[in-house]
Write a protein that binds this ligand. Structure first.
Ligand code: G3H
Ligand code: 13P
Ligand code: ZN
Length: 311
């Protein structure tokens, strides 16, 4: 089976009241862990690559890893560029075989965001590739971009119809209070998302797939494991899973998760090396990391996204 776009996935997810997990990848163990989990759960899956991941692993290696995962699992897999910052990187990924790209023009004015997004949409659609745009600004860290809380901005529902109509995007990432990274809410702060904004957006663009970035929940047992075995993670608070379940039942069809995979893998590798100080074969500790990713992604698919057994 070749790579698929997200078109069919989102149509079914919207109808079925669930979301598709979009998990960030940058090496073999992560690709294997995610796709094994999706296969066991009989779920479609999106593998996404940031600019940093593409630089780290190299485009050709990532393509081949994902091709291998398709052969191994026979799953419908979409390969997506996460947070493409300009036309050039989107073009490189479209030309290089990705089935989906995100053009993140959220740092620009509304008009400039429309201009750059439409440019990517025109190029992508002519080649059978789908495009995710973004309106509103999430706080947090992506690669070298660090959006402070003061600069973060919720999506303005009044802008979505015009943005979608004028750009022709296939899905829209919105800002309703999530942020990137492991430190989303301050210790003692009650996590809150603006479901009222999501609802208003859903009313204005019915049946249009919405994307939620910054959706890691930061499982406390893994943070505790990291700290027990020599790590130093300060109080880290993520998005409560019941809020993600609620979003998945609404218009949110794609939920982005990266930090939780990093935390799960790091916890198990740290534990392994601490408990086995004589080990020096990477296969020994990377296997534990991969196994933990399988567990984490199965849990997300089954208990949070709701996309088990839809294939
Ligand atoms: O949205 C950000 C993703 O977690 C990717 O992070 O840019 O450090 O690879 P990265
Ligand atoms: P997290 O940092 O919450 O995992 O978000 C990942 C993301 O949004 C990737 O685009
Ligand atoms: Zn993101």
């Amino acid at each position: 089976m070749p790579l698929v776009t997200t078109k069919e996935m989102f149509k079914n997810a919207y109808k079925g009241g669930y979301a598709i997990g979009a998990f960030n990848v940058n090496n073999m163990e992560i690709v294997q862990g995610i796709t094994t989990a999706a296969m066991l759960e009989k779920s479609p899956v999106i593998l996404q690559v940031s600019a940093g991941a593409r630089k780290y692993a190299k485009h050709a290696y990532l393509m081949k890893l994902v091709e291998a995962a398709i052969i191994d699992t026979d799953l419908p897999i979409a390969l997506h560029l996460d947070h493409g910052e300009d036309f050039e990187i989107c073009k490189a990924c479209i030309d290089g075989g990705f089935s989906s790209v995100m053009i993140d023009g959220s740092k620009y004015s509304f008009e400039e965001n429309i201009r750059i997004t439409k440019e990517v949409v025109d190029y992508a659609h002519a080649r059978g590739v789908v495009v995710e745009g973004e309106l509103g600004k999430l706080a947090g860290i992506e690669d070298d971009v660090n959006v402070s809380e003061a600069d973060a901005q919720f999506t303005n529902p009044k802008e979505v119809e015009e943005f979608v109509a004028r750009t022709g995007v296939d899905s829209l990432a919105i800002a309703i209070g999530t942020s990137h990274g492991a430190y989303k809410f301050k210790p003692g702060q009650k996590p809150q998302l603006r479901f009222d904004i999501l609802e208003e957006i859903q009313k204005r663009i019915p049946e249009f797939p919405i994307v939620l970035h910054g959706a890691s929940s930061v499982p406390q047992q893994h943070v505790a494991t990291i700290n027990k075995f020599g790590g130093q993670m300060p109080d880290a608070i993520g998005v409560p899973e019941e809020m993600l379940r609620q979003a998945a039942k609404m218009a949110v069809c794609k939920i982005n998760i990266d930090s939780d995979l990093r935390i799960a893998m790091t916890a198990s590798v740290r534990k392994h090396l601490w408990e086995n100080p004589t080990h020096f074969d990477p296969r020994q500790f990377l296997k534990d990391g991969r196994d933990e990713i399988v567990e984490m992604v199965r849990h997300k698919i089954k208990n949070v996204l709701g996309s088990s057994n839809v294939l």
